[in-house]
Design a protein around this ligand. Structure first.
Ligand code: PMM
Length: 307
């Protein structure tokens, strides 16, 4: 299989010198990435932050509440969403990225388009979050390699217009790890340094609720990809996703509304941080920041107990 061959090449290739590459930020605890969706139609907060000043203010609030990174996106990926033209995406994100970067925030750009990533980096973004893992735009890996910035690669099987058509797996953990391994090998072939890469199981992206739970339960294996001999940092983005609303459904089957799943998001954050996640991507920062602090202390106490 082409993917296996790519992964084998990745394993054999000596790692290049880090040079000017900005490696993924390390942290004593799991990082918290706050979401700023500058969209009319994202599933939990669509329309709230479409105005650039409102979006910037929201980003600053997330940082004040303890978020380490703000993730600015201008294209909804909710199930069924159609693509926005690139001009529309640029006009949504660039003023917000510029303002948040100028205020000293660590900004990530959430985009599948290389040109949007390039312009956002020029405007001050320092990290690229690509939910397609480089599949939507073949130019993306070259932009990442040239810029030398951290790059989040999410497991993805296709655009949101048909989110659940490709949600078929015999073994979801093995298949997600194998497909991520292929994407990582392809990025490295384009010159991306492995130290730039973060992987993400892509909760909800071509995944049914049970797939998401199975992936979360296997979190400690997601960063160890077949054919690669380093463990990649893992980002978990469960916040307000539909599988939480389904878990918390009322007795009559009505799904819990998005805003009613923030406590469940915090519970996932605590468990993900305890399982060693590098970062959680969340819509509301404060409770999640508390949760990662609890998880960190718990991990330290566990380590102390075995010394
Ligand atoms: N999900 C959404 C948007 N961006 N980024 C990463 N890395 N992983 C995700 O799972 C992800 C993402 C969609 O959720 P939203 O509309 O609530 O932002």
């Amino acid at each position: 299989m082409a993917g296996e061959a790519q992964a084998d090449n990745a394993r054999r290739r000596p790692e290049p010198d880090l040079g000017q590459v900005a490696v993924v930020p390390g942290a004593p605890r799991c990082l918290v990435m706050g979401v700023v969706n500058v969209t009319p139609d994202s599933f939990s907060d669509g329309g709230n932050w479409l105005d650039p000043d409102a979006a910037t203010g929201h980003g600053l609030d997330l940082i004040r509440d303890g978020a380490d990174i703000v993730d600015v996106g201008g294209e909804s990926t909710r199930p069924g969403a159609q693509r926005v033209p690139i001009e529309g995406e640029l006009s949504r994100v660039l003023p917000v990225v510029t303002a948040l970067a100028a205020a000293g925030c660590y900004v990530s750009i959430d985009t599948m388009r290389a040109e949007v990533a390039r312009q956002a980096l020029r405007a001050g973004a320092r990290m690229i979050n690509d939910v397609s893992g480089g599949r939507a735009d073949p130019e993306m890996a070259r932009v990442v390699a040239t810029a030398g910035v951290p790059y989040i690669m999410t497991h993805w099987r296709g655009h949101s217009a048909d989110m659940y058509g490709p949600a078929t797996y015999d073994d979801v953990v093995a298949e997600v790890r194998a497909e991520l391994a292929e994407r990582v090998a392809a990025a490295m072939d384009s010159g991306v340094h492995p130290g730039q890469i973060v992987v993400d199981p892509g909760l909800g992206f071509a995944k049914l609720a049970d797939h998401n739970w199975t992936l979360l339960a296997a979190l400690d294996r997601i960063g160890c990809l077949p054919g690669h001999d380093r463990r990649f940092p893992v980002l978990v983005a469960a916040s307000r996703k539909r599988f939480l609303g389904r878990l918390l459904a009322a007795p009559d089957g009505e799904l819990r509304p998005f805003l009613g799943s923030d406590d469940a998001t915090i519970a996932v954050t605590a468990l993900a941080a305890a399982a060693g996640a590098w970062c959680v991507r969340v819509h509301a920062a404060a409770g999640n920041v508390d949760a990662v602090r609890v998880a960190q202390r718990w991990r330290e106490a566990s380590a102390e107990a075995v010394r």
